[in-house]
Design a protein around this ligand. Structure first.
Ligand SMILES: [Zn+2]
Length: 526
């Protein structure tokens, strides 16, 4: 009859061309189309940012095999899910997580804290810390069984550590050659690109040209360059210069630049979101491909030593670190730099201990701990970093900068999930609740696009991130009224609510809001 029905038929014939499960010839459309699972909803968001449509979606095996206007094509399905007014969307893709320890574990490999956020694919290996041996890691993940898909970066920091150790110096050309070989092999083994953490040890010791050389190798394999900038604040070269360095690397290596968890960190750079956005857009106008991701929280999360101890103190080895901290000649300089770093991050009140072996520290700010110990904040830090690693939430971002970055068309949703920070359990639902439902800063369609198709495009996952015939059936259904974050800084590990149904690679993994125990994720790079 109308144009929309013929669209339905077109999709169905695409199904037949794909060799899906239906046996019906194209000419006999009155015959029901056979699919494994049929999802029917009045609110289907394809993921590309367009308005929702009332559609039927057929899944055959691991793929989406049919899409048609709701009720216009007859289907025979082993299982039919009537979603009513619930939202049907592509499964979300998180481009920055730290979830490998869960995925490789025996009891948390479902990655449930991501499934319940609507996330069907997570990226691992960010911040320069990605595995060097991608083949071995992929095999371990596959044999363990994983609940979400995962894509992997090879890490510049890990490669550098393997070749140079933690020495504070530039690489020789021979060493760069060895690092390039490792990156080359990792890309052949399925890495989606190269990540760097130029703020962290040992990435901080690398020159720009070292990173350019390795990014060129990733570019040769159509990978991307994902970076935790050298500086998101005024720690070393400054936020603006760090963005310029990343752009320069992308330009010289002819590679897509993805800026991890974009933020203006600390009082010194609050308000810089606007000039940074201009800088990025100028580079884009010159033909450099650039994107970024962002988590919707005012606090970042890291180890207290990474947050405030100068990087030169951490060079070489743990014993060298302890020697420097005990060196009376060096201590005045160390103290002054720690003091300055605490100030940058908003003071000792803005650093909250979240995960410490000494449980009495959890939930206390650095200021509170210092007062209890009757020490200065700086001496408290020096005492604490001599013990086991301590995680902190660092409240260092302004709400205005967060919103400014969030609405940019090249910014997508991420979690950067780490223990101690609710972002690991609640980033996607929090962004939806706070910025879509409560504030109206983003439309539902834009939020979904930022959490699925745009991310897939950045990462080169060409058959994910959209509801489209021929794509993998990573599909979520969520209730717009109950999709929300439950975790917070007092209880960082509470699961989010509202995802009623989820499919990963065509297999149901959440049904009636309950996780069914399925491990249908794969290591993916397309
Ligand atoms: Zn990072």
């Amino acid at each position: 009859m109308n144009k929309r029905l013929s669209t339905g038929l077109l999709f169905t014939s695409t199904l037949l061309a794909l060799g899906g499960c239906s046996q019906a010839p194209v000419a006999q459309q009155q015959q029901p189309v056979k699919v494994d699972v049929l999802i029917s909803s009045a609110q289907v968001y394809s993921g590309d940012g367009s308005a929702p449509q009332a559609l039927d979606i057929g899944v055959c095996g691991e793929l989406i095999c049919a899409m048609s206007e709701q009720g216009k094509v007859s289907y025979v399905a082993q299982k039919t899910i009537e979603a009513g007014d619930l939202i049907v969307s592509p499964g979300f893709i998180d481009p920055h997580t730290h979830s490998l320890s869960e995925l490789l574990s025996k009891d948390h490999n479902a990655n449930l804290n991501y499934l319940t956020q609507g996330v069907t694919t997570v990226v691992n290996g960010n911040d320069g810390a990605g595995a060097v041996d991608i083949a071995k890691l992929s095999a371990r993940l596959a044999s363990n069984g994983i609940g979400t898909n995962t894509a992997l970066f090879v890490g510049h920091g890990s490669v550098r550590k393997q070749v140079i150790g933690l020495a504070e110096r530039h690489a020789t050309s021979q060493e760069i050659g060895r690092m390039a070989q490792l990156v080359d092999q990792a890309m052949l083994d399925g890495a989606i690109g190269l990540s760097s953490g130029l703020y962290y040890v040992p990435g901080v010791y690398a020159s720009t040209q070292e990173v350019v050389a390795l990014a060129k190798v990733a570019a040769k394999h159509k990978g991307i360059y994902d970076t935790h900038l050298r500086d998101e604040s005024t720690f070393n070269i400054g936020f603006g210069q760090a963005v310029s360095e990343a752009i320069e690397i992308a330009k010289q290596a002819d590679i897509h630049l993805h800026i991890a968890h974009i933020k203006a960190l600390g009082v010194d750079v609050w308000g810089q979101s606007t000039p940074i956005i201009e800088k990025i857009e100028q580079a884009q106008a010159q033909g450099i491909s650039i994107s970024a991701d962002q988590y919707p929280w005012q606090a970042s999360g890291t180890h207290i030593r990474s947050a405030v101890v100068p990087k030169w103190v951490m060079a070489d080895s743990t014993s060298a670190f302890h020697q420097r901290l005990a060196d009376l000649q060096l201590l005045p300089k160390i103290r002054a730099q720690i003091s300055e770093n605490i100030r940058r991050r908003g003071g000792a009140d803005a650093l909250l201990v979240t995960v410490a072996d000494d449980k009495s520290l959890n939930g206390q700010t650095l200021a509170e701990i210092a007062k209890r110990r009757q020490q200065s904040a700086v001496d408290t830090v020096i005492a604490l970093v001599k013990g086991p690693k301590i995680r902190v939430a660092s409240f260092n971002m302004s709400a205005a900068d967060i919103e400014n970055f969030m609405v940019q068309p090249w910014v997508v949703t991420s979690s950067d999930g780490t223990n101690g920070h609710p972002r690991k359990y609640a980033s996607f639902p929090k962004k939806y609740r706070q910025y879509v439902r409560d504030k109206g800063l983003l439309s539902v369609a834009k939020f979904i696009a930022q959490s699925s198709s745009k991310t897939a495009k950045i990462l080169g996952l060409n058959k994910r991130g959209m509801l489209k015939v021929g794509h993998y059936a990573d599909i979520i259904i969520f209730d717009p009224k109950t999709f929300r974050d439950k975790a917070n800084f007092a209880q960082w590990n509470k699961l989010s609510t509202g995802v009623t149904t989820m499919m990963v690679n065509g297999q149901l993994t959440i049904e009636d809001s309950q996780y069914n125990g399925g491990l249908f994720g794969k290591v993916v790079n397309e």
